[in-house]
Design a protein around this ligand. Structure first.
Ligand SMILES: C[S@@+](CC[C@H](N)C(=O)[O-])C[C@H]1O[C@@H](n2cnc3c(N)ncnc32)[C@H](O)[C@@H]1O
Length: 395
């Protein structure tokens, strides 16, 4: 199947389909769904696509600039559709994006990982615009998809758009973190909101051998990865590997503590902190989004949040905040200097922990995200490298 043989009215959409196929995100068996379920139909007039050049979300209004609006809808970028849990008003971006249309390449890669087919029962957590629920319903058939959204008004808009498209998943308003027992058992659970903890309800509501696919990450940062868990024979253990790096907004209840720098690191704190230096360089340490290192550091350094500050005047501070105690650390990378200055304070030595985690990773040949996995039991989560029977640790 090629995109050219499918019926799509807008050249931009056809182009997007072609690009998704070329990069491997859109498998040929998903091409008919891509053609049938038009992302634009699920988007509001006023929306905030991510502008790669500006590295920020920018507002686009169909009523004012339909060409720019359709160009955004047909681009492989995430599009924010709600800010600040709906409290934000006006055309400018708000503080926190709380609902969005995910990047098409991510969505269609998730569908491939989900390995879902006609007749399966699917729980879709995080209805958002309704596009993924619509696409899943197109794929598995009517009456098989339940989609749960915590925000009543987001859900109502999605329901209306789905009906207009003639696709009818069961649309539920509620906390997807507790699943939806009334529709269980599921063959597949797909979350398009990130989690720090896989809810036990998802495992219990999935049949043995079924698959749970969710963006998972620690509190370390936004460096998440998609985990693909299979439910084991006991019905309460799920185990599987990570497939790819992603960044997703989190389930409401799992957003995690907000760290206010000035409260965690009082203005004169640097003066009394323990100081040292490190030979680790900025290039080695600040690897950017969708790279392995921040994900791995998150797996290895518990209850810690990292914040990479912008570079100013050739200097880039990276901060680490303890989430279970008042510890903090800072490393200051400066252009042209061989050693970076380090400050640490509080009961933990967070930078020392981060360096130990970095060295652990280097010592194992810098394994990438797909070599890691997760086992979820009622007793907690364990991460592992190269298999659940190999090296594993609680996360
Ligand atoms: C990235 S969006 C989902 C995109 C969506 N699948 C689509 O097709 O547009 C994440 C959604 O998860 C929702 N959400 C957050 N916490 C939730 C929860 N506990 N239960 C259900 N939905 C939740 C948000 O309100 C948001 O709409």
């Amino acid at each position: 199947m090629t995109i050219d043989t499918l019926d799509m009215d807008r050249p931009g959409r056809k182009e997007l389909g072609r690009a998704l196929m070329e990069c491997g995100a859109l498998a040929s068996d998903w091409a008919p769904t891509f053609a049938a379920v038009d992302r634009a139909v699920f988007l509001p007039d006023l929306m905030w696509p991510y502008d790669m050049a500006a590295r920020a979300s920018v507002s686009v209004d169909r009523r004012e600039d339909p060409d720019a609006w359709y160009a955004a809808a047909d681009s492989d970028v995430p599009i924010v559709t709600q800010w600040d849990d709906g409290v934000h008003r006006g055309p400018g971006p708000g503080m926190l994006s709380t609902s969005s249309s995910s990047m098409p390449s991510v969505v269609y890669s998730l569908f491939q990982d989900l390995d879902v087919d006609e007749g399966m029962r699917v729980l879709d957590v995080g209805t958002g615009t309704g596009e993924t629920a619509g696409a899943l319903t197109h794929r598995v058939g009517r009456g098989s998809v339940v989609t749960v959204e915590v925000d009543r008004s987001v859900s109502a808009d999605a329901r209306e758009r789905l009906c207009r498209q003639g696709v009818y998943p069961e649309v539920v308003v509620g906390d997807g973190g507790v699943g939806y027992a009334e529709g269980a058992p599921y063959d597949r659970v797909l979350a398009t909101a990130g989690v720090r903890e896989i809810p036990g309800a998802w495992v219990r509501q999935t049949r043995v051998g079924g698959i749970i696919l969710a963006p998972w990450g620690t509190y370390y940062g936004n460096a998440d990865a998609v985990v693909r868990l299979e439910v084991m024979d006991d019905g309460e253990t799920a185990c599987g590997g990570f497939t790819r790096s992603v960044e997703f907004m989190k389930l409401r209840a799992q957003r995690g503590p907000v760290v206010v720098h000035g409260e965690h690191v009082p203005p004169t704190a640097l003066e009394s902190a323990e100081t040292s230096t490190t030979s680790l360089t900025e290039t080695e340490f600040v690897t950017g989004p969708f790279t392995d290192l921040p994900f791995v550091l998150g797996l290895r350094v518990p209850y810690c949040r990292q914040a990479v500050a912008d570079k100013r005047g050739g200097a880039r501070p990276v901060w680490f905040y303890g989430l279970s105690d008042p510890s903090w650390a800072c490393v200051m990378f400066r252009d042209g200097e061989g050693e970076a200055a380090v400050w640490q304070s509080g009961p933990r030595r967070l930078w020392d922990e981060v360096v130990a985690a970095y060295e652990w990773w280097r010592g194992r040949g810098t394994p990438g995200v797909p070599r890691f996995g997760l086992t979820v039991t009622p007793a907690g989560h364990r991460a592992w490298l190269d298999g659940p029977e190999e090296e594993s640790w609680a996360v």
